[in-house]
Design a protein around this ligand. Structure first.
Ligand code: AMP
Length: 409
């Protein structure tokens, strides 16, 4: 089925054409008719599947004529995602006359208040700042028609659900609500039961598995050689742009500093940086000024950066879902990407968790001509046996080999 047959408005179809989209993606095929019909929706889809257009295109088709009153609110867990969604909406709606507003924290209120006062049809926001505006009376949601709660599992992780509930309480009871979440644990199920009305449910693909356009591999190494291996991987890889994930903000800063000394152009993205720095990092990485971006998981979910050729996990993610999200930053929209994960003996339990979660074994690779020093990780069976034998050492996520939470770098 084509976009033309889905019942979207002419101006939205015109916008899609300009975007260069030819065929709807599976989530778009399923979600667009449901949203156009005005139903509530709870949906899960892998990242990079075209989720934003899946809700953006039908919402914009329904809004059609401008009223400059907030009729659609999209809540996102991070400022970057809010920015990305607002940009996508502007692109889809380029042949319409709707006004968009972007509301997030970490910046002054002045410009946001001006935008809101001059009237807008669609708001993309993070919950905290939106609540501030509601409390100050600078946003009125009484005319809201569509509420989108995006990346709700991430909002749960970040402790935003109470804020989300407070916002929902200020929305009109008669509205359309769309909830997107990779997983639906009990807490999100309860939120959905409370704020959705008889929703349609859509699940696209096996949400646990990485896109099959991604080649992913593990590189076992001694903890003391992690950085050397990272440098060697970068040297031997013909990359266009590479996103490196670090578990901690300090780690991200440290890796970036060291890479700069190796003459790489590097951006850093984590939540301790100012909003101006975050925007500059992301923009610079997107437009090619930086060939490398080092980030914490703030960049893992949903951020759409065209042409990330490689993802390198400097640390094994502690939550298996984060592995899927992180490596999902490459191989987006049918492009092929490579994802490497550097792994030390103490991280083996996390690797096992990931492999159980994605139900596949990730190949272990050794880099040719790299001067490896011995590590127990080269004999995984003995590490596993040691883990089982070690008293008091639990092998589930959050606990590292040897009982120490401190990582060596
Ligand atoms: P998303 O999952 O919304 O972050 O989208 C991932 C990427 O796919 C974005 O760069 C979109 O512009 C792109 N995209 C979304 N839908 C389509 C489509 N039907 N055809 C081609 N590209 C698309």
């Amino acid at each position: 089925m084509s976009f033309q047959e889905l019942g979207l408005s002419d101006s939205v179809l015109h916008g899609i054409q300009r975007m260069g989209y030819v065929d709807p993606s599976p989530i778009q095929l399923r979600a667009i008719p449901v949203i156009l019909a005005g139903h509530d929706l709870i949906a899960s889809a892998q990242t990079g599947t075209g989720k934003t257009a899946a809700f953006g295109l039908p919402i914009l088709s329904r809004l059609e004529s401008p009223q400059h009153l907030p009729r659609c609110l999209i809540l996102e867990p991070t400022r970057e995602l809010a920015m990305q969604v607002e940009t996508a909406f502007r692109d889809f709606a380029r042949f319409m006359h709707l006004e968009m507003a972007l509301i997030y924290g970490g910046v002054g209120y002045g410009k946001q208040k001006e935008t809101l006062a001059s009237g807008c049809d669609v708001i993309a926001a993070t919950p905290g700042r939106l609540l501030d505006h509601l409390q100050q009376g600078t946003i009125d949601l009484s005319k809201l028609e569509v509420l989108v709660l995006d990346e709700v599992d991430r909002m749960l992780d970040m402790g935003f659900l109470p804020d989300v509930r407070r916002i929902v309480e200020q929305c009109p009871k008669k509205r359309q609500t769309l909830l997107f979440s990779a997983t639906v644990p009990d807490e999100i199920g309860r939120l959905a039961a409370w704020c959705l009305n008889n929703p349609e449910k859509i699940e696209i693909g096996a949400q646990r598995s990485p896109a099959d356009t991604i080649n992913h591999a593990l590189y076992p190494v001694a903890a003391d050689q992690k950085f050397d291996l990272l440098i060697a991987l970068l040297e031997r890889t013909d990359f266009h742009s590479v996103l490196i994930f670090s578990r901690t903000k300090d780690g991200a800063d440290r890796i970036a500093r060291q890479l700069k000394t190796q003459n790489h152009s590097v951006a850093v993205l984590h939540s301790n940086r100012t909003q101006i720095e975050r925007v500059e990092a992301l923009e610079g990485f997107k437009n090619g000024r930086y060939e490398v971006m080092v980030a914490t998981d703030i960049a893992a979910r949903g951020i759409d950066i065209a042409g990330v050729s490689h993802v390198i996990n400097y640390d094994v993610p502690q939550h298996p879902e984060d592995y899927v999200h992180r490596i999902g930053r490459t191989g987006r929209a049918q492009n092929v990407g490579d994802a490497f994960t550097i792994m030390t003996a103490e991280e083996l339990p996390h690797v096992k968790d990931i492999e159980r979660f994605i139900a596949q074994k990730v190949p272990r690779l050794k880099l040719d001509n790299f001067d490896y020093i011995y590590s127990a990780i080269f004999n995984e069976d003995s590490v596993t046996a040691a883990l089982k034998g070690a008293k008091g050492v639990r092998t589930h996520k959050g606990t590292s080999f040897g009982g120490s939470r401190k990582r060596r770098r």
